[in-house]
Design a protein around this ligand. Structure first.
Ligand code: GLC
Length: 658
């Protein structure tokens, strides 16, 4: 990744380091000034300094209060700063303390951290990392666009790159230079709870979108370091549940799961985060073949490799492949890990230093990792800026950076069905909704901004409304804006609504004065293990609501807010229209309403195959033998909607060939 000159903060640190470095023993002039600088800093570092650089702790470890239960307002603890940053020389901090902060609070936290770091003997600034996966997700009031599954549905790499550039401007303005994004896992199993964090099922689409996002983050006006995750094969657990074992033959690994990482590495990605799971019986965090033979020797990756959350400790506490923590560190570092996302213990750097002194991890191996970390800090200009956040006066104006998010929300909306056999003027497509009749709006995702944003929004699971940006409309509010309040009658239901609620809705419904019903289906936010499921059938109550409205004689339009294709084959025939909104972000409600009224001609195309039945999920690039049906035909592949599906409102009349 090219060197990023940050234009603020004092250069005294750089001078100080250069002076310190001057005392370092002179070496043969390496190839570049970066290598010369890194080597000069490395030469001044003790084993403890180096072990600290390879350590990443979560913000909680330097704040007042207990991890995961900090005292509000979240603020730095002087004693913890001294212990973590000066005594233990920890080189990286990540995350928020459980919820989003305003830019000012971010500046106070990161400024205080860098001030403390400057007191350690090497003075090396801290590298701060965050999960800003669909905009600056942990900065209050930031621009939040579609999650990756929706970005993929735009098939518009130029727009995705612009969206990432704009996101980087807010992440940078918060004082954060490293983003744990994009996800380059390929979504092959609708059950997998992080399906929505991917760019879908097709390696080529994932690759192209991944390259666009990496370039957007790293080559825009305010560059940040991208992180390719979760290398590799994380999205294919046998059970479909997060972080359970995967069995992936090397041929499939190389055909489907590695190519997006290869493409983004070639695009210059700065870092890689490792898959927490195991492949073919080996936890990836200790798989030298994957982490070194393939990643370094074959793909030529020269950047920094960071573990996922607590994944070295999990080698003995979960995977049980290590005798103890120290053994786990030995295995992971020697397999090719550069930095441990510890993130809530203080033992890691101490044990690592012991391992080096005992020779179980060579200092040469340690130096490889520390060089990569220092090089990344150099590329981000941290040695020049000291990691000091930029002036709040330079915080980007929303109006200058929200366009790409709003446009991506519009372009992501995918109309999968548009008929009219139940409509008043039977035969004509029911969308766009014309006329002037009343529209019933209902369904559990109709009045939730959280349902449109998904996880990693304000909080990890994205479920807390307290951190939503005030004024961003929900779907029903946008429909009221666009169609006019007098046309909309709203029957609010929560996720657990009952048959009694359905009876109330249908009882109060006059089918003769109700032009149609728009039912907002789908899921509420989740991420990681919280989203693991036993079955991907759409919830019974949502199916019963559609059946009851259909039975009442009202044309029904289904709009799905969610990031994985739950199956709804039983009710799909009852819908006149079906619209996939994915997780469109803060501008998603308006995008949905603009498509429904015809203000925007839908152009979204499905980036995955929508299974008809939960147990029959195949992808577009299936094998021919997967077409073989129980009736000896070749019709076994019978998804609800195929990969690439999507309707527009324009009637395309192909001109006859001459
Ligand atoms: C989580 C996720 C990963 C994220 C990391 C830091 O466990 O697996 O995607 O970047 O921790 O928050």
């Amino acid at each position: 990744m090219k060197h990023i000159p940050w234009f603020y903060g004092s250069t005294s640190l750089a001078i100080a380091l250069a002076l310190t470095a001057c005392n370092a023993p002179t070496q043969q002039a390496p190839a570049s000034s970066k290598e010369a600088f890194v080597d000069s800093v490395l030469a001044t570092m003790s084993i403890e300094d180096k072990a600290g650089e390879m350590t990443q702790l979560t913000l909680d470890m330097v704040c007042v209060g207990a991890p995961y239960a900090l005292e509000e307002p979240h603020r730095l603890d002087t004693a913890k700063l001294q212990q973590v940053l000066v005594d233990l020389k920890v080189g990286s901090i990540l995350n928020c303390g459980g919820h989003a902060y305003g830019p000012e609070q971010w500046h106070g936290l990161i400024g205080g951290i860098q001030e403390a770091a400057a007191k350690k003997s090497t003075g090396i600034p801290v590298l701060y990392g965050i999960d800003a996966i669909h905009g600056a997700t942990y900065t209050s009031g930031s621009v939040l666009g579609p999650q990756q599954i929706g970005l993929a549905a735009t098939w518009d790499t130029a727009l995705v790159r612009k969206f990432a550039e704009n996101a980087a401007m807010e992440v940078t303005a918060s004082g954060i230079p490293w983003n744990f994004s994009p996800v380059l896992d390929v979504a092959r199993d609708a059950r997998w709870p992080r399906f929505w964090e991917t760019f879908g099922e097709a390696p080529k689409l994932v690759s192209d979108m991944g390259v666009a996002m990496v370039k957007g983050y790293q080559e825009g006006p305010a560059p940040i370091a991208a992180t390719l995750k979760h290398y590799v094969g994380y999205s294919r657990p046998l059970t479909g549940k997060d972080r359970t074992p995967a069995w992936i033959p090397e041929r499939q690994l190389r055909q489907i799961f590695i190519p997006p990482f290869a493409a983004a590495i070639d695009a210059g990605a700065a870092s890689i985060m490792v898959n927490s799971g195991e492949i073919n019986g080996i936890p990836v965090h200790v798989d030298h073949h994957i982490l070194t033979d393939i990643l370094r020797d074959e793909l030529g990756f020269e950047g920094m490799v960071v573990t996922d959350w607590e994944d070295i400790k999990y080698l003995f506490s979960r995977h049980m492949v290590a005798a103890d923590y120290k053994d786990a560190i030995d295995m992971a570092i020697n397999a090719g890990i550069d930095m441990s996302m510890v993130p809530t213990d203080l033992e890691f750097p101490v044990l690592l230093a012991e391992l080096v002194r005992e020779g179980r991890v060579t200092e040469a191996r340690m130096d490889e990792s520390v060089r990569r970390i220092l090089a990344m800090k150099y590329d981000l200009g941290l040695f020049e800026s000291g990691g000091v956040p930029p002036s709040l006066a330079d915080y980007p104006e929303k109006s200058t950076i929200e366009g790409a998010a709003a446009r991506a929300a519009l372009e992501s909306i995918t109309v999968l069905k548009n008929e009219g056999k139940h409509a008043v003027n039977a035969g004509d497509p029911i969308l766009p909704i014309g006329g002037a009749g009343r529209i019933l709006v209902t369904g559990p995702t109709a009045n939730s901004l959280n349902a449109l944003n998904g996880g990693w929004t304000g909080t990890w699971q994205g479920t807390d409304t307290k951190y939503n940006t005030p004024g961003r409309p929900t779907a029903v509010e946008a429909m009221q804006e666009v169609f006019g309040e007098d046309r909309i009658s709203f029957a609010e239901v929560g996720m657990d609504f009952t048959d009694a609620d359905i009876a109330d809705i249908t009882r109060n419904l006059n089918p003769f004065t109700t032009q149609c019903a728009v039912v907002f289906l789908g899921e509420m936010p989740y991420t990681e293990g919280v989203g693991s499921v036993e079955d991907i059938e759409l919830f019974d109550n949502q199916q019963n609501l559609v059946k009851a409205l259909h039975k009442r004689g009202v044309p029904v339009i289904g709009v799905y807010a969610g990031g994985r294709p739950r199956t709804l084959a039983n009710i799909e025939p009852l819908l006149d229209a079906f619209v996939m909104a994915y997780l469109p972000g803060d501008y998603g409600a308006r995008a949905i309403a603009d498509v429904l009224i015809g203000e925007f001609n839908p152009s979204g195309r499905l980036p995955f195959t929508w299974p008809r039945h939960a147990s029959a999920h195949l992808t577009h690039d299936r094998k021919h033998t997967e077409n073989v049906h129980s009736d000896f035909s070749l019709n076994a592949f019978n998804p609800l909607y195929t990969f690439g599906s999507g309707l527009s409102y324009s009637t395309v009349v192909p001109t006859p060939l001459p």
